[in-house]
Design a protein around this ligand. Structure first.
Ligand code: GTP
Ligand code: MG
Length: 300
């Protein structure tokens, strides 16, 4: 335990292309499932805070949507969210996956760092478990050459390797400050927001190709069942863009929706520590990814 004046606390943004492992890394660093993760790009749609409190520091991670060339108004809004986050953080940790080549998307992100000169820059090479040791060294050199980094740290969130080292590097870059959140708090999302995300994750895992992009989830109501203590009723709406997509989500005789619902319910029960009755309604919000009005209603 350090003296009060030595204590550090601050904000660390996780930045990078879609699917590079930002959310998985935040969850591993915080030690809890804060953000949902999938093998599809553009999973994260909001800035999501995850808080790690150590004896010497409080690291407030801000997971962000993957930066990409927007094809829809939603895509533009997501990139705007990222820019807003970057303006407010002490450290920007840019993630590059060990198993992919540095591409134009990465270079654009690195070039954008000039907009936020106040923040320290750290490069994180993620998914190191996917490459052989001999391939990692040249990767680190390649990333190191992209710009002036305070540090370049290889990690594997999956294998749990180098997470302590990364935590230490990031802590040292935070300003001296007392804790900004109560020590026990690890997330900032409301239960309704988190449950909507767990359902979206379960739906995505059952879908292929582009459809995950068309899905949005809102928890409309959540309440303990009066006559059954320990049981919580959760009413959720799943929005898609077209009625053809609604049919796909529901599946033949409702099979797909039942499967996603079961998967989501198990996750929600583990999160709430209670039994859950999950009621899911699939609705069409026509072309919501490109409609300012629908985006507003869905919180984007
Ligand atoms: N092998 C391996 N896979 C990983 C690791 N970290 C993440 N992944 C996988 O990479 C995929 C993307 O992970 P996410 O954490 O959702 O990536 P993201 O950068 O948050 O993606 P967006 O939210 O879409 O921007 C998932 O299938 C993860 O399981 C890792 O350390 N090792
Ligand atoms: Mg993510």
């Amino acid at each position: 335990m350090t003296g009060a004046s030595e204590h550090r606390a601050g904000f660390i943004a996780l930045l990078g292309r879609p699917n590079v492992g930002k959310s998985t890394l935040m969850n591993a660093l915080v030690g809890a499932k804060i953000a949902i993760t999938t093998d599809r790009p553009e999973t994260t749609r909001k800035a999501i805070r995850g808080i790690l409190t150590t004896p010497d520091a409080q690291l407030i991670f801000v997971d962000t949507p993957g930066v990409h060339r927007p094809r829809t108004l939603l895509g533009q809004r997501l990139n705007d969210t990222v820019s807003q986050v970057m303006a407010e953080v002490d450290v920007i940790a840019v993630c590059f996956p060990a198993d992919e080549k540095i591409g134009p998307g990465d270079r654009r992100i690195v070039a954008s760092l000039a907009q936020w000169p106040r923040a320290a820059r750290v490069a994180v090479v993620t998914k190191t478990d996917t490459v052989r040791r001999e391939a990692l060294a040249p990767k680190l050199v390649e990333v190191d050459r992209l710009t002036e980094w305070t540090d370049v740290v290889p990690v594997s969130a999956e294998a749990g390797s180098q997470l302590g080292e990364l935590t230490e590097v990031l802590s040292q870059l935070l300003p001296r400050s007392p804790e900004l959140y109560p020590a026990g708090q690890r997330a900032e999302e409301t239960p309704e927001e988190h449950i909507a995300e767990l359902l979206r994750e379960a739906l995505i895992s059952e879908l292929s190709a582009e459809l995950p992009h068309s899905v949005a989830v809102v928890v409309e109501e959540m309440s303990p069942r009066e006559e059954r203590p320990g049981l919580v009723d959760v009413h959720a709406s799943v929005y898609v863009e077209r009625s053809s997509q609604k049919a796909i989500i529901i599946g033949r005789a409702g099979a797909r929706l039942r499967q996603s619902g079961t998967r989501a319910r198990e996750q929600i029960e583990a999160y709430l520590g209670k039994r859950v009755y999950l009621d899911v309604r699939v609705k069409v919000a026509r072309e919501w990814q490109t409609s300012p009005k629908e985006l507003g209603r869905l919180g984007f």
